[in-house]
Design a protein around this ligand. Structure first.
Ligand SMILES: Nc1ncnc2c1ncn2[C@@H]1O[C@H](COP(=O)(O)OP(=O)(O)O)[C@@H](O)[C@H]1O
Ligand SMILES: [Mg+2]
Length: 218
């Protein structure tokens, strides 16, 4: 896959993601990470062949919730029919009980982010695309969201491509971490930690070693 704007942005991208796999793409800003997600989402068209499932869900950095809709309404948006018990299940899974009738501005950043994730997932997409979903959160909230996401991905059955500039986040959540550099996927790291994972693995020596290796290839 190649993508040009006024200059080549994605060059010779070859990416295969297995069903159920969680893959992260890391790299410096401006290397083409978001462009790649946009291509996967069908927002940009590139030169090359692309095979994605028909149902793709995405949640991007500025979690675009509808401000005039409550949590329940935001979550049920995109569902073919309003299924009350289904929405209730999502509220529970997203740990938003009691917030059903709140508007986005009445929620914390982490809660808003979970609604955005839920909305992307409620339509049951075969492929989930996440572009720096936690980067607008403060460090503490971000860490809590990463831990929440670690548990969450155990409970759902989806294939995910996450773009992040947070290498720890990428390792914690992924089966594979790909480093993007100047529009190409330069390196691949397989994450060897068994699931379910505990967030404390981030303090372990193998984790720190992997983190160092990934940074070295930036
Ligand atoms: N719609 C666009 N038109 C022109 N150039 C773009 C467009 N979107 C992104 N770019 C350029 O493509 C490059 C990669 O951008 P992007 O994919 O957003 O990088 P990243 O997400 O890794 O920070 C940048 O140089 C950016 O300026
Ligand atoms: Mg980006």
């Amino acid at each position: 896959m190649n993508v040009h704007f006024d200059k080549p942005v994605l060059k010779d991208i070859f990416l295969t993601v297995k069903k159920g796999e969680f893959v992260s793409i890391v790299g410096k800003s401006g290397v083409g990470k978001s462009t790649l997600l946009h291509v996967l989402a069908g927002i940009h068209k590139g030169d090359g062949s692309l095979r994605t499932p028909s149902k793709v869900g995405f949640a991007f950095q500025n979690h675009s919730l509808f401000p005039w809709m409550t949590v329940n309404e935001n979550l049920s948006f995109g569902l073919d029919e309003y299924q009350d018990n289904e929405v209730q299940e999502w509220v529970k899974l997203l740990e938003l009980e009691g917030k059903e009738n709140h508007y986005p501005m009445q929620l914390s950043g982490g809660q808003q982010q979970r609604v955005a994730l839920g909305r992307a997932l409620a339509t049951n997409p075969a492929l989930l695309l996440l572009d720096e979903p936690f980067s607008s959160l403060d460090t503490h909230t971000r860490q809590r969201m990463q831990e929440w996401m670690m548990d969450f991905i155990q409970k759902i059955d989806t294939t995910t491509v996450l773009v992040t500039h947070d290498v720890e986040e990428a390792i914690l959540l992924s089966d594979r971490v790909l480093v993007m550099k100047d529009g190409t996927l330069e390196k691949e790291f397989v994450v060897p930690f068994a699931r379910p994972r505990n967030a404390d693995i981030r303090y372990s020596e193998p984790f720190q070693k992997l983190k160092k290796e990934i940074f070295a290839s930036y």
